[in-house]
Design a binder for this molecule. Structure first.
Ligand SMILES: Cc1cc2nc3c(=O)[nH]c(=O)nc-3n(C[C@H](O)[C@H](O)[C@H](O)COP(=O)(O)O)c2cc1C
Length: 319
């Protein structure tokens, strides 16, 4: 959050979206911080709503179960939105002497009393210059999709690497949006991409090989286990085929469920056969570019043809 405030002072056109967890923070503080950033930046702020799958040891409390984290997040997001709307756009006016006046009838308490939060409000900040900060959401399990469909303007996804599963993810978000009386095309889906760039294909390939060479697979095993909620890869030989029946069902994973789902599908389709095949599974879709321009590289390397996205009516942006 502090970094985005510093960036706001030195930039004028980029959007500033901070990731803040609903599991370890309070909605009132979050609503104030993001809306303050929005005012400081002249309406360029956003919040990436994450539920977190680790980190509880820093907060002296147990990590709630996956579905409970999302139940908390749904209410949290509703409280934040209510707080952001607790001042009408015309609540602040100027009198003849140029003094700023707040019109009391344009500012309301929210008197929230829910299962997880009790918040009186109103916020102590006037309405956002962009009406409300942008809401992004990351985590595409069924519960994440429901949350994103209800509240998000932007979805950060990871590993949309194969055509059919990717279309399913996008369609599910559209359906969730429509079930909340929102326009299906009101949500922008941003697949994570980690391009390796060089001035020629050969240079990019060399960079890619260097990166892969530096991977500490032992640490990677632990990282995968951490992200997937403790699934144990310790006994698995790096070059031995991963047995599908040794992996849990995606719905049973308590950690980053959608990321595990991507991993499982890659194992199912044979694109990932061994732990060594999967150095990039934990992040976005990483691929060495096959062309000199990043855009062309992404399009060329994407296994999701552009026409397919058109078919499902989605505007794609890359982050
Ligand atoms: C692109 C992306 C970025 C994320 N960034 C963060 C983060 O900064 N902090 C965090 O605690 N969780 C982060 N998460 C994790 C999500 O909050 C969530 O815990 C995880 O994706 C599990 O959600 P799922 O079960 O719906 O897949 C991120 C997830 C994605 C997909």
């Amino acid at each position: 959050m502090r970094a985005t405030s510093a960036l706001a002072a030195h930039t004028s056109r980029i959007g500033l979206i901070a990731s803040v967890s609903t599991t370890f923070t309070e909605p009132y503080n979050l609503a104030r911080q993001i809306l303050s950033l929005d005012h400081i930046s002249g309406g360029r702020a956003g919040w990436n709503l994450v539920t977190s799958s680790a980190g509880e040891k820093n907060f002296g409390r147990a990590l709630p179960a996956h579905d409970d984290r999302y139940a908390i997040a749904l209410e949290y997001a509703d409280v934040v939105r209510a707080l952001w709307e607790s001042w009408d756009a015309d609540a602040v006016v100027y009198d003849d002497a140029g003094r700023q006046i707040v019109r009391p009838d344009k500012v309301r308490r929210i008197d929230w009393n829910g299962a997880h939060y009790s918040v009186q409000g109103p916020l102590n900040l006037s309405r956002s210059p962009q009406n409300r900060p942008i809401l992004a959401q990351a985590g595409s399990s069924a519960e994440g999709t429901e949350l994103g469909g209800r509240v998000a303007d932007v979805i950060f996804t990871t590993g949309l690497t194969e055509l059919e599963p990717s279309i399913d993810v996008v369609r599910a978000y559209k359906r969730a949006a429509q079930s909340h009386d929102r326009r299906a095309d009101g949500i922008k889906i941003l697949p994570g991409v980690a391009p390796v760039i060089g001035s020629t294909d050969e240079e990019a390939k060399r960079q890619w090989d260097k990166l892969v060479d530096k991977i500490d697979f032992e640490a990677g095993r632990k990282s995968l286990a951490g992200q997937f909620g403790g699934i144990d890869f310790d006994g698995v030989d790096l070059d031995e085929p991963i047995r599908l029946d040794s992996l849990p069902r995606t719905e049973a994973v308590e950690g980053r469920r959608s990321r595990f789902g991507v991993f499982r599908k890659l194992v199912e389709s044979g694109r990932v056969k061994t732990v060594r095949d999967a150095p990039w599974v934990g992040g976005g879709t990483a691929a060495p570019p096959s062309d000199q321009s990043v855009r062309a590289a992404i399009q060329a390397k994407s296994t999701i043809p552009k026409f397919a996205w058109k078919k499902v009516g989605i505007t794609l942006s890359f982050m």
